[in-house]
Write a protein that binds this ligand. Sequence first.
Ligand code: URP
Ligand code: ZN
Ligand code: ZN
Ligand code: ZN
Length: 467
Amino acid sequence: MSTRTVIRGGLVVTASDEIHADVLIEDGRIAALASSGTPAAEAWTAERVIDATGKYVIPGGVDVHTHMELPFGGTSASDTFETGTRAAAWGGTTTIVDFAVQSVGRSLRDGLDAWHAKAEGNCAIDYGFHMIVSDVNQDTLKEMDLLVEEGVTSFKQFMAYPGVFYSDDGQILRAMQRSAENGGLIMMHAENGIAIDVLVEQALARGETDPRYHGEVRKALLEAEATHRAIKLAQVAGAPLYVVHVSAMEAVAELARARDEGLNVFGETCPQYLFLSTDNLAEPDFEGSKYVCSTPLRPREHQAKLWRGLRTNDLQVVSTDHCPFCFVGQKELGRGDFSKIPNGLPGVENRMDLLHQAVVDGHISRRRWIEIACATPARMFGMYPKKGTIAPGADADVVIYDPHAEQIVSAETHHMNVDYSAYEGKRLTGRVETVLSRGELVITEREYTGHAGHGAYTPRSTCQYLN
Ligand code: URP
Ligand code: ZN
Ligand code: ZN
Ligand code: ZN
């Protein structure tokens, strides 16, 4: 049963090292690394030899923010666990952490069971779950302890979307107090949803119905205010905090200030905030709807501050918040009323490539690319060093990456189940060539060789990234 694979001649890039090394894989794990051309490496024999000369050998991407099949805004995200994880593999991602949802009035367990049922037997790559907590009560708080013990160690709360996922400050504080005790990590959607709903109502009353008004009412200041409030609540609770999908430079400043004070406060941003802007939201003929997500895209000047935050480690993770809705029939639900456009962008397939482009463009170093896309997300969410690195004992989740290949991003060629690309026509340098998940070939020289059901549920330990 045991298949040995050797990857020869590539540049192995991890968050900490860049070395010309051969990689030996045995029983689905990294068995050893040895400098290429040395007697130790030459002595390895294997059933399968992959030539990575001139390529990078990197850990599979870890995308800790996806929403496959999420019911939202009267419809459901268009990627299933099957199509979405296959697309992730095409883009060099070998682990996702998706969000199971607690419905109001139901238990966390019900929600988690429902998400397990959607994913089990369908995934091409490994997956774990966070839990969206929509209903904080005494039972929910007790259930959080049980979930942490069984490997669901992070909980998302929303300061936005009143009437749907929203928690008030008291509910947030209680959940944070609980996580301070049980080791869980609260992930916060930080936008002042109560104030935003007022601005939405006023905008619609003025006849401002186009997609671009989505960006105008969801103000950067209301992201910053909520971020600040979440930080203070976490400080009062003595709990760590991870702020998801940070898009406003004012929110980055809040995180930086808290971190300067030594607080365990962390921030994630997403490729859409680094590469897209309110210019996209303003595209005519309702095309702007393709770019409606929350937090919203911001004016271009925010991008430099996000890149800087990624360099200075005030932001630690880039994940996708992959939540695709087709333009036809789904985004179109909001024609004539931007507040009815389902929120979310596709991107699970594009993240590793876009961040490699950021290396080419000089925004981040090669090792930082791996750190923010693989190693830190794995550490932050209790999967390291099984995931997120190439080291003896780690799962053999490995990508052979061609740093010189040129590609043009397009919905015509992508593998996500969505009828547009948010990056249509974008030229990128670098492309995934081959992907292994636990030693098994999922993508082989740009052919899909994986299968639904290969991906295994990954229980997680608690956050390994605290100060
Ligand atoms: O617009 C977004 N981000 N949709 C997904 C749900 C969320 O808030 O992450
Ligand atoms: Zn969110
Ligand atoms: Zn999300
Ligand atoms: Zn398999």
